[in-house]
Design a binder for this molecule. Structure first.
Ligand code: GLN
Length: 270
């Protein structure tokens, strides 16, 4: 298949970034760097390309097909066991890098691919992190991504449920978390790409707020006095998340993302 045909078939199927995706898929299968595709229309006869195209037309996200994705200043292996690292979440990393005090002990809860804790460590050599996820596959992937990004000496990865955290996961200087926060009834309406991602990484319960309620109750043990938490939230959760943490004695500051939507809650334990 020629590059131009790949681009046309993606575009005809309504894939928005058809040009970029065609180059990335082609370069992935043909083993050519993307810049070698500029200005030409090479042909690739490897049947793997047709197979990847068929899966992409089935709306499997590009990151799963390529097996990796860029996030912040790092790259991550991405598998269907975890949520694909999103540009939205880079703001949380940026704020964490700026705000976490020197030599802090950090927790990244519901870590998935590991991207939040790992990108923070990669850009703050003074920090250590305990990354936690319920899913054994996510734990394995976080270890692999830590290795890939050169921070495996400063991270430990623990398989545990946020709703039943072992007592020794406590006393952190900073807690980072991008929990599942989609209201259950909304999940079937999400884009077909998102529906290929693990439901457990999206489902925040009836109203999407279960994980924030649990975190609010756990702040006194999770954080040392004066410790900070940075949490990703949904675009429509500013008021409800503010109420949950204010009731727990930790009123948050909400920061907007670059699209102007509420995106992170920042709070500290008195
Ligand atoms: N932002 C994600 C989405 O739009 C949801 C991530 C989450 O639930 N933590 O699908």
């Amino acid at each position: 298949m020629k590059l131009s045909e790949l681009r046309r078939r993606l575009s005809e199927a309504g894939i928005e970034e058809a040009d970029t995706e065609a180059r990335l898929l082609f370069s992935h299968v043909a083993g050519l760097p993307v810049h070698r595709l500029i200005g030409g229309d090479p042909d690739c006869t490897d049947p793997a390309l047709e197979d990847l195209l068929a899966r992409r037309l089935d709306r499997v996200p590009l990151a799963y097909l390529l097996g990796e994705t860029a996030f912040f200043r790092e790259t991550y292996r991405a598998t269907p066991d975890v949520l694909i690292p999103r540009p939205d979440t880079e703001l949380l990393v940026e704020e964490a890098i700026r705000r976490i005090p020197a030599n802090a002990r950090v927790a990244d809860l519901c870590c998935g691919s590991g991207c939040i804790g790992i990108s923070v460590l990669a850009n703050r050599p003074d920090l250590t992190c305990v990354s936690v996820d319920l899913s054994p596959a996510a734990v394995a992937l976080t270890k692999e991504n830590a290795e890939r990004n050169g921070v495996s000496g400063r991270i430990s990865v623990v398989c545990a449920d946020l709703f039943a955290l072992p007592a020794d996961l406590s006393g952190f200087d900073a807690v980072l978390c991008n929990p599942p926060y989609i209201a259950r009834s909304v999940i079937p309406t999400l884009s077909p790409e998102v529906l290929h991602e693990p439901t457990a990484a999206l489902d925040g319960g009836e109203d999407g707020l279960d994980f924030y309620r649990e975190l609010a109750g756990r702040l006194p043990s999770l954080l040392v006095p004066g410790g900070i938490a940075l949490l990703e939230i949904g675009y429509d959760q500013k008021d409800s998340v503010t109420e949950i943490f204010s009731d727990a004695g930790c009123p948050p500051v909400i920061r907007l993302d670059y699209g102007g939507n509420p995106r992170i809650a920042i709070l500290s334990r008195p």
